[in-house]
Design a protein around this ligand. Sequence first.
Ligand SMILES: *[C@@H]1O[C@H](CO)[C@@H](O)[C@H](O)[C@H]1NC(C)=O
Ligand SMILES: *[C@@H]1O[C@H](CO)[C@@H](O)[C@H](O)[C@H]1NC(C)=O
Ligand SMILES: *[C@@H]1O[C@H](CO)[C@@H](O)[C@H](O)[C@H]1NC(C)=O
Length: 424
Amino acid sequence: MRATLLLRSLACAAILGGGTGVEAQSSSDGVNLDDIETIFAFGDSYSWNGYTPLLGVNNIPGYGLTTSGGYNWLQFLSQLGSTPITLYDLAASGATTNNSVISAPATDFVNQVGLWNDWFAPGTGTYTSAGQVRWETNSTLFTVWIGINDVGAPYDAQTDFPQQLSEIFSSYNAAVASLYAAGARNLLILGVPPTWRTPLIQAYNDSRVGVYQDRVGQYNVGLTQLFNTFAPSYPDASFRLYDTIPFFNTILDRPADYGFTVTDRACAAYEAVTNQPEINVPECGAPLSDFVWWNTYHPAWPVHELLASVIGGVLAAPDTTPATTLTSAQGSLPTSASTAGGTAATSSSSSSSTTATAPTTDSASASETASQGSASGSVGPSASASGGAGGSSAAGPSRPAGGRAGAAALVVALGVASALLAWT
Ligand SMILES: *[C@@H]1O[C@H](CO)[C@@H](O)[C@H](O)[C@H]1NC(C)=O
Ligand SMILES: *[C@@H]1O[C@H](CO)[C@@H](O)[C@H](O)[C@H]1NC(C)=O
Ligand SMILES: *[C@@H]1O[C@H](CO)[C@@H](O)[C@H](O)[C@H]1NC(C)=O
């Protein structure tokens, strides 16, 4: 297992890292994780670990409540420097960018930034002013991975998507400006992944899959334009945009190269388990570590581990290239390893409309919305974050390779698996 993981990481770093992607930054300096002491993270369930500053400064022991069956990419990333990086993960499962635009039962990105201001802003934050958290601009990384829920759910919430995108990116812009004003100088933004390739969406009909694909494309095109607008206005900062589409496409198209055997389904027995990365239930047909998907809408921890490895390379590489328009909607698949990271960069944005159809109101979308509604009580961090102190995020996670997760019992994340079917 350990050997497989190492090979995975090396292979993926070699193929997808190295600054060949469409990531861009506004300064030519790379960010060395060895110099990073603190990460403040914003996002949705792809980044969530259940942390909330309301429950104490370090309230995530062990794995927390990720949606990967083990650690998430941020927890892996925080282990890639020479010393563990302290992670304050404000991402909220189910989050959109701004609930006033696309409403979701979770703390949206703009309010995550509000929370950050309340607790971590220099001088005025509760923890910073009390001396419980110290961070400096040059050793702190901010990450934003949001948009999956703006695009994906509920299916019929995007009544006028172009207009909603405009409002979303206006909010996004203001949130980033506010972080910059408070001292954020290293910022990593991730684009929306190819959610149309998840088992959940693949189960829909072609036209509906096409709607998802098209919306992801529109979102990423807008995000890239926004990035190219604001990044140059922050000249003393290192801002990067990373396109996650080629990353996921590469794994899904050549799973064996990365040690995966199951790409088209999740296994119910794994979906409720959050802290047993080496779990292997015979009826699932393969161990969780062989699955790309932990549940039908969320990648399993080995994908997160690979992503962290790739991101580490992206951060370290100097790159002055402006972000190229992300044509995620096209879902163009890398045909060789050498193009895996750069395929999207050369595609044109005009391709994004080929599969577009207008979302319609129908019984399927209505029931999807209903199920999201019924699940909403358990998706937010306030409802399901693990209480209890003890664990320190500074101590950080260790790599799960080489055995089961200590003495940790099989913990069922109550409601999380079903709640996250569509709200990520
Ligand atoms: C960050 O700045 C401080 C001074 O404010 C300096 O002591 C430290 O070495 C710098 N760290 C890095 C990684 O450049
Ligand atoms: C959220 O969106 C609404 C509607 O577009 C907008 O009025 C509001 O300013 C946004 N909030 C933030 C914090 O950007
Ligand atoms: C595909 O699914 C959508 C949403 O459920 C539905 O409105 C549409 O009629 C379906 N299209 C076809 C061709 O079956």
